[in-house]
Design a binder for this molecule. Sequence first.
Ligand SMILES: [Zn+2]
Ligand SMILES: [Zn+2]
Length: 403
Amino acid sequence: MAEEPPTKRKCLGADCENDASSLQCPKCLSLGIKDSFFCSQDCFKKNWNTHKSLHKTENSILSHFFPPSVVSKPDPETGCYNPFPTFRFTGPLRPVYPLSPRREVPKSIPHPDYAEDGIPKAGRALVRSNKIEQLNVKDQEGMRKVCRLAREVLDIAAAALRPGITTDEIDEIVHKACIERNAYPSPLNYNHFPKSVCTSVNEVICHGIPDQRVLLDGDIVNLDVTLYHEGFHGDLNETYYVGERARSDPDTVRVVEAARECLEEAIKMVKPGTLIRDFGNVIEAHAKSKGCSVIRTYVGHGINRIFHCPPNIPHYARNKAVGECKPGMTFTIEPMIALGKYRDVTWPDNWTSTTIDGKKTAQFEHTLLVTETGVEILTARTPNSPGGPVPMPVVDKPQETSA
Ligand SMILES: [Zn+2]
Ligand SMILES: [Zn+2]
């Protein structure tokens, strides 16, 4: 899970380095496209010809003003249906409802403060003040423990991935594995999120809701797991290939491995003194070298007793994030990397974030502890963790003739 970036935005104009003003493209606003900010009327006019092409790929005004009141007819065999049949989806993926009933967490397991009403309360003042906490040794130990448990849960869920399993079944596996570890699955009812894990398939950038859709050979799926245990949250995610088809598709491998490497490159920089804003420069440079783009709407975040707290960590270049790494800080880096455009469109469920062009996107996330000399990856893989890097598939090319 990730939050909105700080309010400082960049002008959308091509090659414009200015901060955005409050001027938003009115057409985008009417279409429900977020973040179309420009620095000035002039810049907006100058960019109009290229910018307007964006509107075509978006939902029609009508579908925005008249949100679907009807759902598609349930499939007679399965009883499944699309809850938003008139929504202009950006790619082939569809939600498959009904969602399963809400899963319960035993009262004996300590719940975070939002578990009941969906509203996180702790740390509100902290979030406003932008102050980055440095944990003492005892609290660091608490983070170490919850992050190790979170890794275990992610690995259990990942081991169950195969063509034919539904994302709801993954949710059930994650939910049970959390409870077995005396942990609360942090996403459950966080700002009313309905499930215990985020499952983001293909063009879904993040915050996908587990439902009745079956994973297919050729899909990629990101599992984003967060546990709350003994007062601390531990958060990680990985993107996995589903079936052999996914591993042998060059574009799919390119975006997944680019995302994996972007996180690795950023982690190499973590040590006392590194500026938070510099991570994005390294991530975007690497993504570009692989012909990919960097999602801008969602960011990494501080994490400790609070699920999402300062700092915000944008993954794109030339961002203006404040703060620097100091020993005892714990935060996530979680770059979302896309094959096509970086812009996002959210489904009417208010969670599922997809690429604007429907092309695939991948993400990796670790919770990190800044040490005196560098970094400890609290959610590090173990020798037995499923997944891991896949080599670029060799594609049959026509034989080259030598002169
Ligand atoms: Zn996460
Ligand atoms: Zn996160």
